[in-house]
Design a protein around this ligand. Structure first.
Ligand code: SF4
Length: 342
């Protein structure tokens, strides 16, 4: 099957499920054994909830001058990582807000101390690309210099979070202080060029059009063609509770179909990940639609504040993909090849 265009994808979105599933699995089979999936046990550590970006779809943040803001201490962070390790996990993702009181040194010290304490036993995604852009901006540094500072502090990964829908119109409607798509892409390119690795993410279920979803996929595929730096693509769904924007959740079948379309379109990204965090039990059906990997998260305050439900019965969750005929294997976070000698 040859690569599909945006026009092809628009037409394919109207196809019945059987066709989407068959075509998604053609691409999945190029990368993965059929009926085999991988997973990780992970924790998102929300190190601060203070944020000046004011995205209207966010129920998590408080402004710097409001009550209820926090910054986790190093001991708080260590305690959360220790708890994750006790539960069998080995991946942490740091995700907070655009907190103007935290300088770049705060992050470098924090990440260096985590690397120092846990070595290679625990891998971590340091920040999202969106937070990275804010840090560089606040520090007055280029993206390249900011990436070098983080890498030298022991960072291997900066996750592609904060992309939501990568169109300038979407950002103008919902997140006008979260920088532009051009900023996001330039920063992610600098991250890859520094030797660190990154991922692609996407959030659907706001008010985005099909064309906006396709523009996001096109940007992701182009970026991967250019850099080869994307390990995976994770899509999750908007949780509207407690947000200024409000709205309703999209039904799981729409999510599954979007996973299939993404698998077909992103023929150059090895892993397509389904979101247990926002879809719970329904996430596993996406394995039939082309996904091959998933997290079992034990905490994420950002989505929990907006209505996400965490289930700590990990064996109970793993029984679901098994009941769908999948073997599931734990996947350890990899150290990027470019950093193996450092
Ligand atoms: S989504 Fe992130 S950047 Fe936007 S307001 Fe919430 S914490 Fe801030």
């Amino acid at each position: 099957m040859s690569r599909i265009s945006v026009d092809d994808a628009r037409a394919l979105w109207q196809a019945p499920d059987e066709e989407l599933i068959a075509r998604a699995n053609e691409v999945r089979d190029r990368y993965h054994e059929p009926k085999r999936a991988t997973y990780m046990v992970m924790r998102i550590i929300n190190y601060t909830n203070v944020c000046v970006a004011q995205c209207d779809y966010c129920a998590f943040y408080v402004l710097p001058n409001q009550s209820g803001g926090y910054v986790l201490s190093r001991d708080d962070v260590f305690a959360k990582i220790d708890e994750l390790v006790d539960l069998g996990g080995d991946l942490v993702a740091f995700n907070g807000g655009f907190n103007p009181r935290l300088p770049l040194d705060y992050y470098c010290d924090l990440f260096a101390s985590v690397r120092d304490r846990y070595g290679e036993r625990v891998e971590f995604y340091a920040l999202t690309v969106a937070e990275f852009v804010f840090l560089a901006d606040r520090a007055g540094l280029s993206y390249a210099d900011t990436a070098t500072r983080l890498r030298d502090a022991g960072v291997h990964w900066v996750t592609g979070g904060g992309s939501e829908i990568l169109t300038e119109d979407f950002r103008a409607r919902h997140a006008k202080w979260k920088y532009t798509v051009a900023d996001y892409v330039a920063a992610q390119r600098a991250i890859v060029e520094s030797g660190m690795r990154t991922t692609a993410t996407m959030v659907i279920g706001f008010d985005e059009t099909l064309d906006e979803r396709l523009e996001h996929l096109q940007r992701t595929r182009d970026f991967q063609d250019e850099t080869g730096g994307l390990f995976s693509f994770l899509c999750w769904t908007y949780k509207p509770y407690g947000t200024a924007f409000g709205g309703r959740e999209i039904p799981p079948p729409e999510y599954w179909r979007h996973i299939a379309l993404s698998r077909i379109f992103l023929d150059n990204v090895p892993h397509i990940r389904t979101s247990v965090l926002t879809q719970n039990e329904e996430a596993f059906r996406a394995l039939d639609y082309g996904a091959d990997d998933f997290d079992l998260p034990i905490e994420d305050e950002v989505t929990q504040k907006a209505g996400a439900r965490i289930d700590l019965d990990l064996e109970g969750l793993l029984a679901i993909p098994r009941s769908l005929g999948y073997t599931v294997e734990y996947r350890r976070a990899e150290r990027p090849a470019a950093l193996t000698a450092s």
